[in-house]
Design a protein around this ligand. Structure first.
Ligand SMILES: Cc1cc2nc3c(=O)[nH]c(=O)nc-3n(C[C@H](O)[C@H](O)[C@H](O)COP(=O)(O)OP(=O)(O)OC[C@H]3O[C@@H](n4cnc5c(N)ncnc54)[C@H](O)[C@@H]3O)c2cc1C
Ligand SMILES: NC(=O)c1ccc[n+]([C@@H]2O[C@H](COP(=O)([O-])OP(=O)(O)OC[C@H]3O[C@@H](n4cnc5c(N)ncnc54)[C@H](OP(=O)(O)O)[C@@H]3O)[C@@H](O)[C@H]2O)c1
Length: 416
């Protein structure tokens, strides 16, 4: 749905009037569609720097049995509603009621039920809902030519595009990756529509690729018009690599008193360190910032676990101070025209953020339970500064499947 935000494209399901209940199965399985495609490599992981996507998959799948946590794990179940329970819980700490749904194949029905929890961690990802910009004629074009326009979340393999006339839209990680994989498979040339240059772009496009400006109009005759007035006809496929939005359809704003996320401002409402949620001391959010991803999530998780277990070494500041952190950050990102949850590496922001989480977590006691936050050692920092997946103009040579640069000047974490 071009130009639409998550509340429109990913609305909550209607809850049954009383629970438990069974209903006819919904087609909405929130865990089914992954954005992973053939050839995708993952950055900054063990055996890296760039490993195939199944390496982190195996790591995650193995994590639960390795730590004996698989007995507590419930899968193939979606959270459809999260509501704060009034007047329940100790010391004014709210408990939560979750409404859950699972497809039961033996009766071919969805089963719904409620469960209560002392605390909730939202870890539902930040790349949930595809974003496609609004363009004149696009919605009608998609209806008239079903399947011709897709988002990178639906892209799987270049083999589906052999000798097809293709336009890739977007010039960030997905646009770069997918156009690189398609180049040579599709009809010559592969068209790439760029809104702005990326840091790996030179003055000329790579061989096999033709750059175009943004698309301004889809004609119902099938022709596609660009901002420079040029037109392409007989296009077989258009692949939008224009990013994602997070989505919180399960958050019950009525029962919880405020929305959890502002889609207009692109930020969690009331967050502290992108992790804790002001006034909701039994709620945490892991994985929202665009930063040194896995490492940051690990620090977030350890800090939250320590706070909730009462084993944190530095207390969380009072709500007023947390509010000041949020408003100071909002002022900063507005001034610098940046996104609230994008944390940059080169100006030291990542260091300060990770350090703050590390300080809250602290070190475990000699005889106590608790996990050590890993350190960001010299080797890791060197890799972040020097290893790239794609060459940049006038920058250094290829080196066994990755690029070695002297020192990245800007946006080292662009791929995360
Ligand atoms: C194409 C692509 C490539 C990427 N490559 C890299 C990379 O190389 N390095 C890197 O560090 N990061 C990369 N990222 C960023 C990546 O999103 C994160 O690193 C990582 O996957 C985030 O983990 P997560 O657990 O927070 O979210 P996700 O991996 O998105 O997992 C969230 C899970 O929650 C489930 N869920 C959502 N809603 C519900 C619900 N209501 N009920 C039940 N379950 C629900 C989803 O189905 C999903 O399984 C990439 C992202 C994309 C899109
Ligand atoms: N590990 C990997 O190899 C890998 C691969 C894919 C994705 N990822 C990760 O996944 C996340 C999402 O990346 P993404 O590339 O999908 O999205 P993204 O980083 O949000 O980039 C969106 C792109 O769409 C462009 N755009 C927006 N509107 C446009 C229009 N009307 N016409 C043409 N272009 C338009 C943007 O241009 P402007 O910048 O000019 O606005 C930008 O280039 C990132 O964190 C990324 O690091 C990682």
């Amino acid at each position: 749905m071009p130009g639409k935000k998550p509340p429109d494209v990913d609305p909550p399901l209607e809850l049954p009037k009383s629970l438990p209940a069974t209903t006819s199965p919904s087609s909405k399985q929130r865990y089914e569609l992954t954005p992973i495609y053939e050839g995708l490599t993952f950055e900054r992981f063990a055996y890296g720097p760039f490993v195939p996507h199944w390496v982190p998959k195996q790591y995650i799948e193995g994590y639960f049995p390795r730590h004996g946590a698989d007995t507590a794990l419930v899968t193939r179940t979606t959270v459809e509603d999260i509501s704060k329970l009034q007047n329940k819980g100790h010391q004014h700490l709210p408990r939560w009621q979750l409404t859950l749904r699972r497809f039961n194949p033996s009766i071919h029905q969805d089963e719904w039920w409620n469960e209560e929890f002392d605390a909730v961690v939202l870890a539902n990802g930040h790349y949930s809902v595809p974003f496609v910009p609004k363009v004149e004629g696009l919605e009608e074009y998609m209806k008239r030519y079903p399947g011709r326009v897709i988002h990178s979340k639906q892209f799987r393999s270049p083999s589906n595009y052999e000798d097809k006339k293709v336009i890739v839209i977007g010039n960030s990680a997905s646009g770069k990756d997918i156009s690189t994989f398609l180049n040579g498979h599709v009809a010559y040339p592969l068209y790439q529509s760029r809104k702005s240059p990326s840091r790996w772009d030179g003055d000329e496009p790579p061989s096999g690729i033709s750059w175009k400006p943004i698309i301004t109009k889809y004609h119902q005759s099938g022709e596609i018009e660009f901002a420079d007035g040029s037109i392409l006809a007989d296009v077989d496929n258009v692949i939008y690599c224009t990013g994602y939005h997070p989505s919180f359809p399960f958050w019950n704003t009525g029962n919880n008193g405020r929305p959890i996320y502002s889609y207009e401002e692109g930020r969690i409402n009331g967050s502290y360190l992108h992790t804790f949620v002001r006034n909701f001391h039994t709620l945490a959010i892991i994985g929202i910032p665009r930063v040194l991803t896995f490492r940051s999530m690990e620090y977030q998780a350890i800090a939250v676990a320590r706070v909730w277990a009462g084993r944190n070494s530095v207390p969380l500041p009072p709500d007023e101070e947390q509010a000041k952190w949020e408003s100071d950050r909002w002022d900063l990102v507005k001034r610098e025209n940046r996104k609230f949850h994008d944390i940059t590496w080169d100006n030291g922001e990542t260091h300060d953020y990770l350090q703050a989480l590390y300080n809250i977590a602290g070190l475990p006691q000699l005889y106590g339970a608790g996990r050590y936050p890993p350190v960001l050692n010299d080797e890791t920092r060197w890799a972040i500064n020097h290893l790239k997946k794609y060459p940049e103009p006038k920058k250094n040579e290829e080196h066994g499947g990755f690029i070695l640069v002297d020192r990245a000047q800007k946006d080292s974490l662009h791929f995360i």
